[in-house]
Ligand binder design. Sequence first.
Ligand SMILES: [Zn+2]
Length: 206
Amino acid sequence: MNSSQGDAATRSAPAVTRCLSLAMRRHDDSYRYALPYRFGERYEVSQGYHGAKSHTGESRYSIDFAMPERTVICAARDGKVIEVIDHYDRGGWDTSLKSQCNFVEIAHADGTVAVYAHLVCQGSRVAEGDVVHRGQPIALSGNTGWSDGPHLHFHVLGPDGVQLPTVFSTRDTDQQTLVEGEVYSHPGDESWLEWCWCRLCGLVVG
Ligand SMILES: [Zn+2]
């Protein structure tokens, strides 16, 4: 797979300003983000923090997941959709395409904003104003904007528009800082697993 990276989606002040009414204005550093794909799936981080290709400067805490186009993207955290762009249909390793990146932005209760970028044309599954829950499908991945291969670009912005480091729950641990070159499996949704166990207990007992 061509696990390429691009940073068309560095979003900052305007969207953040709109979500300040939600803000506690400080990132909840204890929050463990969900991997932004479906239960049972696993993808490689093709570019991590401080990635030499494009995760430098203001993009230094971005994460790229290499995945085929039209992979279902799920919310990494509860929040409210504040911006959706999904009408672009071009992508390539050309900075002139930086502004032609499809993305979804979701504001969290602590005033931070998650950005899911390079989505496929007309691939959004949510609209501005929607309240979404962790694990909910929100879009299909793609290769739009400044990007030289199919992948999902993810980052979280603080209320000041500056990217923040994030920690994830993975199958191995709930305190995972994702590292370039590693593959991460989605551990599943706790409430779904609980539901399964209850069903199993019910079957055994009954
Ligand atoms: Zn990226």
